[in-house]
Write a protein that binds this ligand. Structure first.
Ligand SMILES: [Zn+2]
Ligand SMILES: [Zn+2]
Length: 395
């Protein structure tokens, strides 16, 4: 597929200003499960092309300063069995649990005070070519160990050991590496007078962040006032801890930019275990078409038909601030090859969730319509019918 074949389509999709709507649709009919599908849990997707190198969240997974592991991280305050319209999970996590990233403010308090949080991390560093190396497992990652490896711009260590200070310093001094992944925390090198940068576009305009920043007033399913407080600092360097350690709690996993699992709207899928950990990463990552749909109506079958989305398009993102109607969603499932839909609206959408993955609450303003590579990665929340998701579009 070339970009030119979409040109007539793109010209038809005129942008019009519209106020963000945070309303939540309440009516939905979803087809029930005919046979009894079984969820699949994978570590490798796309015929061996995609490796999931994040851990599934479990109660006994390692968590910072917790001897017994993470503990319970998921609750179901609203469930279909209790008469709710949908299943709606609550999650609570110390942020340094399982697979996670450190911001400069974790170990260096003046960076914390200056606002170097995870939202200031450079997505261009976090996404791109990387080298996976194996280091000896019987020692920490010292300068000597680092020196013995071939180094690249990003580097991942498979070792079950942590960096020593001299190992980390050697890395900063002797390589171009800006991203390090290991099983233990690394030491950040401090600079003078730090000022954090918040961006929506990274890598010289190549990478668009289409996820919303979490704020207390962002839309959240089932809450009129928005998400509310989502972050606490139970241990801080100012209180004598050796690092800053945040605790996050999302009253609903359907807050801001997130993905629905089949178990959100269909209880039989919930019972069968179709949680976010069973979503296909091959569907959530790959070429995608961003279109703009009229902002004065919901996304009906007629609207979908008018977009003339070519066969073969598997991932489609709508910039519209509107929700799908049932007939719009059905039309899509029946008449296109689309398996991933992303919308900037937050709604209880009317999908047969077994067919199509729905990402809601995207931030698609100011992103030109066209073809991109999308990368959408949910958290591996075992048992959760929804998850926060970080989605980016790469030109
Ligand atoms: Zn950490
Ligand atoms: Zn949702």
């Amino acid at each position: 597929m070339t970009k030119t074949m979409f040109l007539p389509l793109l010209l038809l999709l005129l942008l019009s200003a519209a106020a963000a709507s945070t309303s939540v649709s309440t009516e939905c009919t979803v087809s029930t499960m005919d046979d009894y599908p079984v969820p699949v849990r994978r570590e490798v997707y796309g015929d061996g092309r995609i490796f999931d190198i994040s851990h599934r969240y479990t109660m006994d997974m390692p968590s910072w300063e917790r001897k017994d592991g993470l503990g319970r991280f998921l609750w179901l305050p609203a469930s279909m069995k209790n008469g709710s319209l949908a299943n709606n999970s609550l999650m609570k996590l110390p942020t340094h649990s399982g697979t996670h990233v450190d911001a400069p403010g974790h170990m260096i308090d003046r960076y914390f005070d200056a606002g170097f949080d995870v939202d200031t991390l450079d997505l261009e560093v976090l996404n791109g070519p990387a080298l996976l190396v194996d280091v000896p497992r019987d020692s920490n990652i010292t300068a000597k160990v680092m020196e013995s490896r071939l180094m690249f711009k990003s580097e991942y260590d498979s070792s079950y050991v942590g960096f020593t200070t001299d190992g980390a310093r050697w890395l900063v001094k002797n390589t171009d590496i800006k991203l390090v992944v290991s099983t233990d925390c690394t030491v950040s090198a401090a600079r003078d007078n730090p000022v954090p940068v918040r961006r929506e576009v990274y890598g010289d305009g190549r990478i668009f962040d289409i996820s919303h920043r979490y704020t207390v007033d962002m839309p959240s399913w089932g809450s009129k006032d928005g998400l509310g407080q989502f972050l606490w600092l139970p241990s801080s360097m100012k209180n004598g801890s050796r690092s800053n350690n945040s605790l996050m709690k999302l009253q609903s996993v359907h807050s801001g930019t997130h993905v629905d699992a089949p178990g959100h709207m269909v209880d039989s899928y919930f019972d069968a275990g179709f949680d976010v950990d069973t979503l296909d990463l091959d569907v959530l990552n790959g070429p995608a078409l961003l279109v703009d749909v009229p902002r004065d109506s919901n996304i009906t079958a007629k609207v979908m038909e008018s977009l003339n989305i070519p066969k073969g398009v598997r991932r489609e993102f709508d910039s519209s601030y509107a929700g799908f109607t049932t007939d719009g969603a059905r039309w899509l499932a029946k008449n296109t090859d689309i398996k991933l839909v992303g919308i900037d609206f937050l709604s209880a959408a009317c999908y047969d969730h077994s067919e199509i993955i729905l990402v809601e609450g995207l931030k698609l303003d100011n992103v030109p319509v066209g073809i991109y590579n999308v990368h959408c990665l949910p958290l591996r929340l075992l048992g959760s019918e929804g998850s926060p998701i970080r989605c980016i579009l790469i030109k």
